[in-house]
Each structure stands twice: as C-alpha cells, then as structure tokens.
Design a protein around this ligand. Structure first.
Ligand code: NI
Length: 397
C-alpha cells in the first residue's frame, strides 16, 4: 500500500468515528475532575479502552491509565500521551454539555486530549496485526498541579522501553486549520517563588517610627525586573512575574510585613539554576538597605519542554502527509509550562499544538478562562495526527 492510500484509509476511518470522539469529549467536559482526583475519568477511560479489545490496559497510578497495543512483529515503541485533569474554575459557558461539577471545569482542553487519544486507541486497536513494535497510550492525571502526574507515571515505569513519545495540546489562540510545530525549546520551566518582607508596623502618620514593609516590598518588585533586563543575556528568555502582593489592612496603619508571590519562566538550565541566588541577592540587598528582614523560598516546577529535532521533523512529515503542507504552522516557543517534559526525559519526543480557535464562532477565550471553548472539528485533526504517527513510525518501514 502506498503512503497516500494508507493515509486515505486511515483518515476515512477517523472521519467515521468523529461523532463518537466528540461525544466522549462532551461526556468528559460535563464531568470534570480536579488534578489527582480523576477517579471517574480514569475509570471511564479504563472501561472504554478495555471495550476496544487487543489492548493491555493497566492503572499505573490511582488515577492514570496506560494501554499497550503490542503488534506481532518487533519494532519501535511509540508512546502517545493525553492529560485528563480539569481546573478549579466555574464554567460560564451556556452549553448543553457544560460542567455539572460546580467549581470545576475543563478549561484547558484536556477533555479533548483524552477523547482524541481514545479515538486513536480505538482505531489502532483494530489494526493490531499491522503493528511492528508497540503503541503505548498514556492517559495522564494531574498536568495542572505540581509536582504533576507525568513524573509519577514515569516513576511507575510507563516509559520503560519507549523509543519516542508524542503529545499534543489543543490551542485556542491559534485559528483552526493548522498544527503548530516547534523544534527545540517550546515551553518554559515554570518555577515559583515566595517572599516575605518583614518591616515594623506602626501609625501611617509617623513613618519614621516604622520600617515600612509596603514601600520596601514595592522596591523589591521593581528591582526583580533588573534581573531580567540587566543580569540576563538578552538572547536568553526569562520572565519574572509578581502575581500576588499582600500587605496591610486599612488607610492609617503601616503593616509589619508584605507577602509577595510569583513565577519565573526560563529555558536555559544554567540561568534557571542561578535564579534563586540572583533573586535572593535583590531581596536581601533591598530589605537590608532599609532595615527590614525577609524570608525567601524558590521552588522548581516542571522541566522545560524541549522537542527532539528528529522526532519533530517526523511529526512535521505526518502533518504534511496526513493533512497537507498548508496545515504546518511553524510556531514560536512560549513561556507556558507543561509536564509532558517529564516523559521527554526518558525518550526523544515532540509536543505539538492543534489549532482550536474559531473567531467566527466566538471561540476566542484563552485557556483557563471560565468561557474557554474549543472548535470541536480540531478533535478529528488530533486523531488523524496520532493514527498517522503510528502509521509512519510502527506500521510502515
Ligand atoms: Ni493544558
């Protein structure tokens, strides 16, 4: 069979189960569960996978599921990953399948990721005899909450023997009709920090009798940007964002302390390793200069998503062969974080975006927004990507 006719057969099969994939996604959307609490979701995924036959289905951790499709001939082991968790957000969409779990919403598209991978598993399970090697489907819990589910799954051995790993994210800020490809660094390491500036409280009319934690903390905030602007190679990427600044109770009292929280995003491991020292130097210098003291904590988040050049080239070929050259969109990296990177520690991998925005339909809200939505036609695109990746990597050649 030529590649073109194999693609045609596969894509036709995807189109035939498209409605089923959309139905799975809507069921999951209606029944969202928070990170590390995906009990019903994992059970639903497990039961659905078992119903396909030909798969070895297991639960490597309490709320994750892995299905192995082992072909009769030897070959590569290709892992495909979908995340399954939702967010603590109250949905504001007026949809027949809106969240029925108050305060919890699939506001990042992970419902779609799960449905797409179920679709791919269903089709590929029916083609077991053609598989050379193995396709391993990783249904991951807890992408949204550090330390993340990916790390736990890796520790449970789900990546043992894997030769390549792929994963995708539905991406609402890209207009439907493309697949975003990015070799090399794609998503940043998302670290967090916590600072307390400790001054001395007192009467707002008598500032000289206080150590004004608000004025000092404000200087800490502005001077943290000095690290980005003046201490970092301009060709490196770095974000320092203060996202919480809490102090004081009323207009005539200078508070004794101010709490500052925020995030640091970077790609370069050396720069990342230096950040706690650079930041603490600023905090220490400024608080000391004004007679205050401080607490400082820095916590490493996920590793950055760094795409393997060869696997990324393969996935770009998959886009061209299965969807058409006009579907390839070469995207820039962004400073978001993703624990797909944990799987990439164990095998070369590629993470890619499936454009899922649609301005005409008003599908324009950003990820993690109470009105986040996806263009559901993107689900079919995702299934086509996964089954055609399997075709290229474990069926042809
Ligand atoms: Ni997400």
């Amino acid at each position: 069979m030529t590649t073109a006719s194999a693609v045609e057969t596969l894509n036709k099969a995807v189109e035939e189960i498209k409605e089923q994939v959309i139905a799975w996604r809507r069921y999951l959307h209606q029944n969202p569960e928070l990170s590390f609490h995906e009990e019903n979701t994992a059970q639903f995924v497990y039961d659905t996978l078992v119903s396909f036959g030909n798969l070895e289905v297991t639960r490597p951790t309490r709320t994750s599921v892995v299905a192995r499709l082992i072909g009769p001939a030897p070959g590569k082991v290709l892992a495909m990953r979908a995340d399954m968790d939702a967010l603590p957000i109250t949905e504001e969409n007026d949809l027949p399948y809106a969240s029925q779990n108050p305060g919890v919403m699939h506001a990042c598209g992970h419902d779609g990721h799960t449905a797409m991978l179920l679709g791919a598993a269903k089709l590929l399970a029916g083609m077991k005899e053609q598989i050379k090697g193995e396709v391993r489907f990783l249904f991951q819990h807890a992408e949204e909450l550090a330390p993340g589910g990916a790390e736990e799954m890796v520790e449970a051995g789900v990546m043992d023997g894997v030769d390549l790993v792929i994963g995708s994210h539905l991406w609402a800020s890209m207009e439907f009709g493309t697949v975003g490809i990015c070799p090399g660094p794609m998503m940043a390491a998302p670290d967090t920090f916590y600072i307390v500036v400790k001054g001395k409280g007192g009467h707002a009319a008598l500032p000289h009798q206080t150590i004004d934690s608000i004025a000092i903390a404000a200087q800490v905030v502005t001077n943290l940007q000095h690290i980005v602007a003046r201490n970092t190679d301009p060709l490196d990427n770095l974000v320092v964002s203060v996202t919480k600044f809490v102090g004081g109770t009323t207009h005539n009292v200078i508070p004794g302390s101010v709490e500052i929280l925020g995030t640091v995003r970077s790609f370069n491991p050396e720069l990342r390793a230096n950040m706690p020292t650079l930041m603490e130097r600023v905090v220490k210098g400024i608080t000391e200069a004004h007679g205050a003291s401080y607490e400082f904590e820095y916590e490493n988040g996920y590793r950055p998503v760094i795409n393997d050049a060869e696997v990324t080239r393969l996935m770009e070929d998959v886009v061209v062969e299965s969807l058409g050259a006009e579907w390839v969109e070469h995207i820039r990296p962004n400073m978001g974080g993703e624990d797909f990177s944990a799987f990439q520690q164990k095998a070369p991998g590629c993470f890619f975006y499936i454009a899922a925005g649609n301005r005409e339909k008003g599908i324009t809200y950003p990820h993690h927004h109470p009105r986040f939505a996806i263009e559901e036609n993107a689900l079919e695109v995702g299934v086509k990507m996964f089954v055609n990746a399997a075709r290229k990597i474990v069926m042809e050649g």
